[in-house]
Design a protein. Structure first.
Length: 580
């Protein structure tokens, strides 16, 4: 066991003494030591209940022969940070969460890992950490919030953001905005639509990192503690089998995850996160796979933000297993390994949809004929960008650029009524390095919806979109403006053309003639975690990770990434940490 390094032999007596001070016995210490990594926090409903879920989870570990040792991590919750400078920290937090899990587990030589996740970045960070560690491990999602109610209608946090835009446009008064604010979030659980948290929870199930059905159970459902106890037992089964995360994260399982994301019109953030997970696992998986899969896979669920239903409705309809069975029956999935059984297909073989449910359809009778996103290139996105197609049927748009250096200026213009039908709103310098942190543009996109412009404008950014965003939106434009990408050269009034079928985002403006006039901006931070992130983060087209700093240093000529360089990962790092 990994933990033998801290607990076996006479010379490890001091370590055993420290462990015994926490209440562990010799028998406890002799067992496999299992990290229970909690992302609990009282700042957000998404993770509010995870401290309680850790109790049955640890009981499950003990009952199955292991000794649980609980840690906690930080988190940044998008729903609160959205539209503020705090949102810069959101994507950065994904890296810090993954780093902290890796450090806690490696630093204490622990044998296995179970991670309790909730809000958006905790889910991909959990998978990234498991891929780095390559030890027995799995993830349990805390589950969706239940819907709020307003005028007998089910609502989510998405409705609050859109109500802000409607209020600014005079379509709603402040009293009703307050009513929606007070009703949207009734208790514990992550945002209820097919936004980033629920999208990634499904993706982790399909990757095999979460047991089938466990992530579907809503946060406050009475059976959620039993799912936690189940996960404690399953991780010990993985220890006995010698199974690890890298056995589960394969090119096939990544393609399966992307297929489910597009079939449910899920969050475009899943593209960024699956690319990052693939890199951490050392799997070949490129951004173009998402476009191929989206063109071949219809949308078969009617989930918000573009549809009618929420995650608890999908749970009541039969859950993720029903979605997977429909896709597998149509030949859209490959059979892969999972944390909880002989194979993915076996885990949903007996799935049955609830009678008269309206959330999931067969592939032959979809809600939409193609998936919820696409990958475009063209002279404005040489490294690619992501278009979100959820909530509308448009495949082309052309119009004048309304150029804004940052989200705040764009939001002000929308709220002031300065955006007109036909415009292309361009928000630049919001990429991974330029933002920094690649903020989500939900405040702007929701304001456009609230003002009735979602069907008549397009938005282009090197930032990201919330899973709650819908409309004709393009994000992740690479290279980003801060790196001198073409968005940095656009001027007000340039005509932009978007063609999903041709896979292009382009302009006929003479960008080359403007190149010599462009000057890079000074970095937004020169010390601390923000500065380190700016220095190390990769392009959005490869997942915006910071786990491979030697790549960026080598590209800049600062180091040679070879065995003669004492800082090279190939020289002095132990084999176990290669690729971490």
């Amino acid at each position: 066991m990994h933990s033998d390094r801290i607990k076996k032999g006479m010379h490890r007596a001091p370590a055993r003494a420290m462990l015994k001070a926490t209440g562990l016995s010799d028998e406890d210490i002799a067992r496999p030591l299992v990290a229970v990594v909690n992302t609990w926090s009282e700042v957000t409903p998404c993770n509010l209940h995870l401290r309680e879920l850790a109790v049955p989870l640890k009981e499950g570990v003990r009952a199955a022969g292991g000794t649980p040792i609980e840690f906690n991590t930080i988190l940044v919750t998008d729903g609160i940070a959205m539209g503020s400078e705090g949102m810069q920290a959101s994507l950065m937090s994904r890296e810090t969460i993954a780093d902290s899990i890796e450090l806690a587990v490696r630093g204490h030589c622990l044998d296995a890992v179970v991670i309790l996740a909730g809000c958006d970045k905790t889910l991909p960070a959990a998978a990234m950490a498991l891929a780095r560690l390559d030890r027995p491990g799995l993830v349990l999602y805390g589950g969706s919030i239940m819907p709020g109610r307003h005028h007998e209608l089910a609502i989510t946090i998405q409705d609050v953001f859109e109500a802000v835009g409607a209020c600014a446009a005079g379509r709603m008064d402040e009293d009703e905005l307050g009513e929606i604010e007070n009703a949207a979030c009734p208790g514990a659980g992550a945002c209820g639509g097919q936004f980033t948290a629920n999208t990634m929870a499904q993706a982790l199930t399909v990757l095999g990192l979460s047991p089938m059905g466990a992530n579907d159970v809503p946060a406050v459902h009475p059976t959620k503690p039993e799912q936690a106890r189940r996960c404690g037992g399953l991780v010990m089964d993985m220890v006995r089998r010698g199974a690890s995360a890298r056995d589960l994260i394969t090119t096939d399982s990544l393609c399966n995850a992307a297929t489910v994301v597009t079939a449910t019109a899920g969050s475009t953030n899943a593209i960024l996160h699956l690319l990052a997970i693939a890199r951490e696992a050392g799997q070949p998986f490129e951004i173009d796979e998402f476009d191929r899969i989206a063109r071949e896979t219809p949308v078969i669920t009617d989930l918000k933000p573009g549809g009618r239903f929420m995650a608890p409705d999908l749970f009541a309809a039969g859950g993720t297993a029903v979605v997977l069975k429909a896709l597998a029956d149509a030949g859209k999935l490959a059979d892969t390994a999972t944390c909880d059984g002989p194979s993915l297909f076996a885990s949903f073989a007996d799935a049955q949809a609830t009678e008269n449910q309206q959330v999931v359809r067969p592939v032959a009778d979809p809600f939409k004929p193609r998936g919820g996103f696409g990958i475009l290139y063209g002279n404005l996105a040489p490294e690619g960008c992501v278009i979100k197609l959820a909530g509308h049927g448009r495949l082309q748009h052309s119009g004048p650029a309304r150029v804004f250096d940052g989200e705040d200026a764009a939001f002000e213009a929308v709220q002031a009524g300065r955006i007109q039908a036909g415009d292309v709103v361009v928000i630049r310098y919001e990429g991974p390095r330029g933002g920094p942190g690649m903020r989500e543009m939900l405040a702007v996109t929701a304001a456009l919806v609230g003002q009735g412009l979602s069907d008549s404008v397009a938005l282009v950014t090197d930032g990201r979109f919330s899973g709650a965003t819908y409309g004709f939106m393009i994000g992740h434009v690479s290279p980003e403006a801060a790196d001198g990408g073409p968005l940095a050269l656009l001027e007000e009034g340039d005509i932009l053309s978007i063609d999903v079928d041709a896979r292009t985002l382009s302009t006929d403006a003479d960008l080359a003639s403007r190149r010599s006039r462009w000057q890079p901006r000074p970095p937004a931070a020169t010390q601390g975690v923000y500065a380190r992130y700016i220095d190390q983060v990769s392009s959005a087209s490869t997942g915006a990770t910071t786990a491979f700093p030697f790549e960026r240093q080598a590209a800049s000529g600062r180091v040679r990434n070879d065995s003669t360089n004492p800082l090279s990962p190939s020289s002095n790092m132990p084999t176990e940490t290669q690729g971490a």
